[in-house]
Write a protein that binds this ligand. Sequence first.
Ligand code: NAD
Length: 457
Amino acid sequence: MREYDLVIIGAGPGGYETALEAAGTYGMKTALIEKEALGGTCLNHGCIPTKTLLHSADLYRQMKECDRFGLHAEGVSFDMEKIQDRKTEVLDTLRSGIAMLMKQKKVDVIEGTGRILDPHTVEVSAPDGAAKTLDTEYILIATGSKAAMPPIPGADLPGVVTSDELLEKRDLPGHLLIIGGGVIGMEFASVYSAFGVKVTVLEALPRIISNMDKELSQSLKMLMKKRGVTITTGARVEEIHEAPGKEGWLECIYTEKDKPQTVQADCILICTGRRPNTEGLFGPDFTAETERGRILTDPDGRTSVPGIYAIGDVTGGMMLAHAATAMGRNALAAMKQIPAPVRQDVIPSCIYTDPEIASVGITIEQAGNLGIDADSHKIVMSANGKTVLSAQERGFIKVVYEKETRKILGAQMMCARASDMISEFAEAIVHGLTMEQMFSVVRPHPTFCEAITEACR
Ligand code: NAD
């Protein structure tokens, strides 16, 4: 009889949700090891703090534009200190919620750094240096990821930050330069431009959010330009140095169409991707198979070592909180030798700009590349009552379906509440629904989601 059934390393949405499920649903004696705060990147440095700032930024923009709703607000302003204090409150509330749930489900939360010595032993080094070992049947690695810094000379200068550091800043820069036009870059561009900060984005590829549908990239670029954000695509960043004669400012040299260009800013955010956290994870003479830093697993999280599983960002793939949670559920099922409860191949992804962007399944371009005979149907939101009455930006919903069966293969949308509505399409794909079956559902009026009926007509 071992001390634990399951020891989980890392208390992000992958680790803590799996701990709850393991202890609550399967009655497993579970330990959760975390070296920092409960909640991982998502709660402490990612989704939740960013979305809290975005919420304030969106409200501020709406208040400034409230005249068009017949409302008058004078002297609308903001206080970054208070916005940050509120963010701290939100994080504290959610962290204590997780701690309470762990207590309820009798999960042992252990503060410290976990290291796997062999398939059944995890060593935990507490912050005070004390070390102990845990004996366990299964081990689950859920150690997440961290910002990957590209080898740009000058990337270590003061003033060059990762999203973790920018989220803590209580003052606003004069000019924020963002290197990387991916999800993090565009969400920060949205926040800071709403607060009136000059924002420039440099993206190496020909388009921003390049892993999404082309039309989403184009629409977001247009919207951001309208809001005063400068976006340069096809930009190769060469170097960052101190701006000559401008104390506290930096100068970034980049090439665009082979021409050298410069841009000066007092804060540079680097968000060019993230890399798995595996340093120091395994004992001196023991490891699971990895590839370029990520732990290799099968779809249910089995690593090369029987009994050791890994989920979420540390395995590479889609670095999303809900993807990690899903993978954790399937990993538990694999330990219990029961069928996987979650369809992990259908993971929605969302960008919390205003309006929101959401996508699930495949795009029409991907269908073509896969040799699937597919078609797409797009509707614009300008005829949707709720969109008009709440004066939303122009938006659209695009549905991709297989021509012969009319089964839904994917959906991409940019509109209000896109992050909520995308789940309807995730459900449609998981259950193999057709355009007609989606159309057969009565959706209430007036709502944003009734546009889904139109999109599936
Ligand atoms: P990303 O991969 O989404 O985007 C990075 C971008 O940087 C890419 O477009 C890439 O082409 C560009 N780039 C790389 N090197 C560059 C260079 N030297 N110069 C200019 N551009 C360069 O990565 P991210 O935005 O850092 O996000 C990291 C992870 O976190 C992603 O997996 C993302 O899905 C996840 N995330 C998700 C959300 C969300 O779901 N809303 C929010 C934040 C982060």
